[in-house]
Ligand binder design. Structure first.
Ligand code: SF4
Ligand code: SF4
Length: 135
């Protein structure tokens, strides 16, 4: 059965100076590739990157942001590791939990002002983002 986003247009464009999703409490996970990319970008060793920024929870490396806490990489100019940010950030808002139904997507639109704006995102691109980050 076709997914709703394969047959209905889905518009999205991240809004300049928004950063709402970077200020939300929660967890950002880093897989091996993400750690490698971010460490390389910051020109530090992967072991130092892990020690400085991440914690390991049930075998998964992650950054935890509690209520009122911002992501360590968020600056006034945006994400400090933008071109090397982890897949979880890179694929937002195209996450499995958000794309389940049109209603789920519309609920996320209440939070993310980029949804419903900008170009129509081709289903192939949505499928790729869903594949890149499984949540
Ligand atoms: S909440 Fe949406 S528009 Fe705002 S920074 Fe995140 S993805 Fe971009
Ligand atoms: S790593 Fe970058 S994109 Fe991801 S939450 Fe932090 S500031 Fe935002």
């Amino acid at each position: 059965m076709a997914k709703w986003w394969e047959t209905e247009p889905v518009q999205f464009e991240c809004q300049p100076d928004c950063f709402k999703c970077c200020m939300k409490p929660g967890v950002v996970t880093f897989d091996r590739g993400d750690i490698h990319n971010a460490a390389e970008f910051l020109e530090i060793k992967t072991s130092d990157f892990k020690k400085k920024f991440l914690v390991k929870d049930h075998g998964v490396w992650e950054m935890e942001m509690e209520e009122g806490q911002l992501c360590q990489f968020l600056t006034m100019q945006g994400c400090n590791i933008h071109t090397a940010k982890p897949k979880q950030c890179n694929t937002y808002p195209f996450w499995q939990e958000n794309m389940r139904t049109r209603n789920h997507w519309q609920l996320v639109a209440g939070f993310c002002p980029g949804i419903g704006k900008g170009p129509i995102i081709p289903p192939e691109e949505i499928a790729q983002r869903l594949k890149d980050f499984k949540g």
